[in-house]
Design a protein around this ligand. Structure first.
Ligand code: ADP
Ligand code: ADP
Length: 227
C-alpha cells in the first residue's frame, strides 16, 4: 500500500503533433480509488501506461510511496495492472497464471500456495484452478486477472477498462466485486473506464481528462451534478 503522486506529468509520442498528456498533477492518497474518465483519445491509457512503466515519461515525475519510479521497469514498481483483454497466459492453468508473478520474484512455494488459495477463495475460483483460460467464461477470466493482481499484494492496482469486454449484467456484478475487494484490501487504485455508472460507483474521486489535461477532479457527485 502506498500513495501515488503524479507531478506535472507529460507525454509526447515520437512524431506526435501535440502532447498526448500534459501538466498532469494528481495526489492519490494511500487506499484511495481514483477513476480516470474522458473522451476517446484524451490520454487515459497513455497516463495509465506511464504509471505502469509500459510507456516512457516525457516530462514530470511519478512517485509510488516515497520512490521516484520514472526510470524503473514495470516489475520494479510494485504495482499490478488488470487489462481489458485479461492478458492471461493461455498455456497455463488458472493456478499457474495467478502464481506466475510470485514465482518470478522468487517467493517460496508455501507463500505462493497460500496467496493463491486465499485469492481463489475471495474470487470464488476454487473449482477452476486446474483449468486453462480457454475453458473459462469472460467473467471468470477477468477474475483470474484480478487474482493475479491481488496475490502480488502490490502498492497499487491499475485497471485499464477491465470490464468492457463483459456483458452488461456481469459488468454490474463485477464492479461491485472490485469495489468490495479494493475496500477490503485497501490498495490504492487508478481505474480507467468509459462507463459513467462504473465511474460513479467505484470512484472516491474522479479525474476528467480532456486533450491530455485534467479538466476536472473531484467527488463523482460534484462532477456529474454539473451541467
Ligand atoms: P485514451 O486512452 O483516452 O483513448 P490514448 O492515451 O490512447 O487516449 O491516446 C492519447 C493520444 O495519444 C491520442 O491522440 C492518440 O492518438 C495518441 N497516441 C496514443 N498512443 C500512441 C502511440 N503509440 N504513438 C503515437 N501517438 C499515440
Ligand atoms: P509482471 O507480472 O512481473 O508484471 P510479466 O512479465 O509477467 O511481468 O508481464 C507483464 C504483463 O504483461 C502481465 O501482467 C501480463 O498481463 C502481460 N503479459 C506478459 N506476457 C504475456 C503473454 N505471453 N500473453 C499475454 N499477456 C502477457
Amino acid at each position: 500500500m502506498a500513495n501515488l503522486t503524479l507531478k506535472n506529468v507529460g507525454k509526447t509520442y515520437a512524431g506526435g503533433a501535440q502532447a498526448a498528456v500534459s501538466g498532469v498533477n494528481i495526489d492519490i492518497a494511500d487506499g484511495e480509488f481514483i477513476v480516470l474518465v474522458g473522451p476517446s483519445g484524451c490520454g487515459k491509457s497513455t497516463l495509465l501506461r506511464m504509471v505502469a512503466g509500459l510507456e516512457t515519461i516525457s516530462e514530470g515525475e511519478i512517485h509510488i510511496g516515497d520512490r521516484l519510479v520514472n526510470q524503473l521497469d514495470p516489475a520494479e514498481r510494485d504495482i499490478a495492472m488488470v487489462f481489458q483483454n485479461y492478458a492471461l497466459y493461455p498455456h497455463m492453468t488458472v493456478r499457474d497464471n495467478m502464481a506466475y508473478g510470485l514465482k518470478n520474484r522468487g517467493e517460496s512455494k508455501a507463500v505462493i500456495a497460500e496467496r493463491v488459495a486465499e485469492a481463489a477463495r475471495m474470487l470464488e475460483l476454487g473449482p477452476y484452478l486446474d483449468r486453462k483460460p480457454r475453458a473459462l467464461s469472460g467473467g471468470q477470466r477477468q477474475r483470474v486477472a484480478m487474482g493475479r493482481a491481488i496475490v502480488r499484494q502490490p502498492a497499487a492496482f491499475l485497471f485499464d477498462e477491465p470490464l468492457s469486454n463483459l456483458d452488461a449484467k456481469l459488468r454490474v456484478s463485477m464492479r461491485m466485486e472490485i469495489r468490495k475487494l479494493q475496500k477490503r484490501l485497501g490498495t490504492t487504485s487508478l481505474y480507467v473506464t468509459h462507463d459513467q455508472l462504473e465511474a460513479m460507483t467505484l470512484a472516491d474521486r474522479l479525474v476528467v481528462l480532456n486533450g491530455g489535461r485534467i479538466e476536472q477532479i473531484g467527488a463523482p457527485l460534484d462532477i456529474y451534478r454539473r451541467p
